[in-house]
Design a protein around this ligand. Sequence first.
Ligand code: SAM
Length: 281
Amino acid sequence: MIQKSFDEQKPTLYVVATPIGNLQDITYRAVETLKSVDLILCEDTRISGKLLKAYQIEKPLLSYHDHNKHLREQDILEHLKQGLSLALISDAGTPGISDPGYELIQAVIREGYPVVSIPGASALLAALVVSGLAIQPFVFLGFLPRKQSDKKTLLTSYSDRKETLVIYESPLRVETTLKDLHHFLGNRHVVLARELTKRFETIVRTTLDSVHEFTLDTRGEYVIIIDGALEPNYDHLSLSEHVKFFLAQGLDEKEAMKKVAKLRQVSKSDVYKNYKVLHKD
Ligand code: SAM
């Protein structure tokens, strides 16, 4: 399926980025688009109402958020069928990035209507480019799972990966998350980007070993950026010590032995024999 975004005069869903704190971080094209559509879909009508007022945009708002998105989908598709053009915005930044929008975008594409991006601010890129950590390659993890076992599974799957990791976190959980990152990933450079583009913007550049020396404000919004894994050198460890190293990181025996076999390019049975002979207890 090919979308020629500007060739056909079809009703369109515009995915419009809005500021992440500083009201001036909106593009001319975003304002023009919001003024030109028939209806604006937003998360919180009070928050978006203020933005529209600041830019004298007088268009109706329809709420589309995590709690009503499935109910709203049919109505929104119906609006497109009737020939209305729509814009999707979120409370801040780019819709779809840790914000509602993804399922709606999929549904609109499925129904054959164009989806056009009006790019602009997003906290993940704003934080990444000032972090001073390697920008490419990076992985955006968004918010980490709340459940500890899911968090462990996710983070340990990145423990050897070289990509810089970008994580969103609420200020109330940032300290716990930093402890978990330390526990599952070991010591790494970490950058905390708080309140980007706002008056109290603060960037902390430190390591996971030393981050506790900083008092972290429990207000405001945070992006956490972590260095990728260094090229690990395990030559100083025996196979059995290597298994223990991963056990200490929270892997279970089976996972640890499988990982050692892969990294050391030996068979799983060799790792097993070596480990079990030395750890009969
Ligand atoms: N769609 C948004 C975007 O494009 O960045 C993200 C929305 S998500 C619900 C909100 C999270 O983004 C916050 O918890 C925080 O991690 C991050 N965030 C948003 N604005 C921020 C800012 N001004 N400074 C730091 N982090 C921010």
